[in-house]
Design a binder for this molecule. Sequence first.
Ligand SMILES: *Cc1c(COP(=O)(O)O)cnc(C)c1O
Length: 462
Amino acid sequence: MSNTENKIPYKIYLSENEIPKQWYNLRADMKNKPAPLLNPGTGKPLTAEEMSGIFCEELVAQELDDTTPYIDIPQEIQDFYKMYRPAPLVRAYCLEKALGTPAKIYYKFEGNNTSGSHKLNSAIAQAYYAKKQGLKGVTTETGAGQWGTALSMACAYLGLDLKVYMVKVSYEQKPFRREVMRTYGADVTPSPSTTTEVGRKILAEHPGTTGSLGCAISEAVEVATTNEGYRYVLGSVLNQVLLHQSVIGLETKAALDKYGVKPDMIIGCAGGGSNLGGLIAPFMGEKLRGENDYRIVAVEPASCPSFTRGKFAYDFCDTGMICPLAKMYTLGSGFIPSANHAGGLRFHGMSSTLSQLYDDGLMEAVAVEQTEVFEAAEKFARIEGILPAPESSHAIKVAMDEALKCKETGEEKTIVFGLTGTGYFDMVAYEKFNDGKMTDYIPTDEELEESFKHLPKVPGQE
Ligand SMILES: *Cc1c(COP(=O)(O)O)cnc(C)c1O
């Protein structure tokens, strides 16, 4: 064993030819399918026709497809993937040594592109299908800006117009991401704005508001539905996004298979669930088909604990309550993480697919506090060299904890975690941590109960 072990390189790269040519649709192997999106007006499952006013046709088909296990990746998207993929799978030899653990740690690094995260994997797919449908452009919202940046790269590549509604406070406080988007040709508007009806209404009711993600979604959807030739795109949560992100897991599995490595544990951070859903896809597929078993762990912030303290219920995906209802682990669409929360992953809900898998006991979840996340991030940066995104650092924290448990028990477990991106644009959060000014905030049960009271009334849901 130790003989083969020694042969594993620091970085396992696949060749260009080994980049997946098909995405894997995890839903095809699920016995309990994720619950369908509901029309908030009628309480009935959204039809393809209803969806096609908001989303591109091909993406609607992918959203609704619970049965096709493999879906071809169009050649143009494969070509784009070749510019920044395959992403390396790194054996964290330095981290293992520093921790003194017998565990074997691997991480899949998705930060090797200008946007700095895994979001580009779905951005290019969504932009491609919009272009193929002959649309002029797409609209979206962005908070901190990772999604907006990825989408502007994809739209620039395909010659597609992009209108981004960026939460005003981020627009003002994070000018670097804003300028990256503009450099790639996106039209970036601080939200709420006077360019939409919903924006004007919100401004009239709350003059001086610095905006929210929910409000930016409402504006982006309005612009998409009222402008000929535009559709709305979303960077996480949806089934189609998890499908595109399966490229992460497929590459990870192919790289491990080359060296005959079978992981015991797969760990990923969970905001809306897209990177985790993508990373675990082929492994969870084997688990669902009874071929193999893996421990799968979602890591979320204790300040926004959808899995560990949320309710499995139908809820709105946006604060503005105009988007479809999704059945998911949710803290309530009005839940906003405490202002001192600096580490991303602030969505109130979770992918319906992951929510179903979690409810069925097929995966675990843990919540961690942000100061311990930044401690792990800093340690990782100093040992492995990569400056991690705060989101990714949630997974680092739990991977390190698990490796330390192995040190106590002497078990040589193999741990794989997703390193979703780099932290170059998160230096304000790092500054807070370095200055010792970062604090933890965990919502009380009372706060959560208050938020649950506003869950929508849906037939079959008390
Ligand atoms: C957006 C983002 C996440 C969280 O989103 P998911 O959909 O849960 O994957 C995690 N890490 C980075 C770097 C991100 O940009």
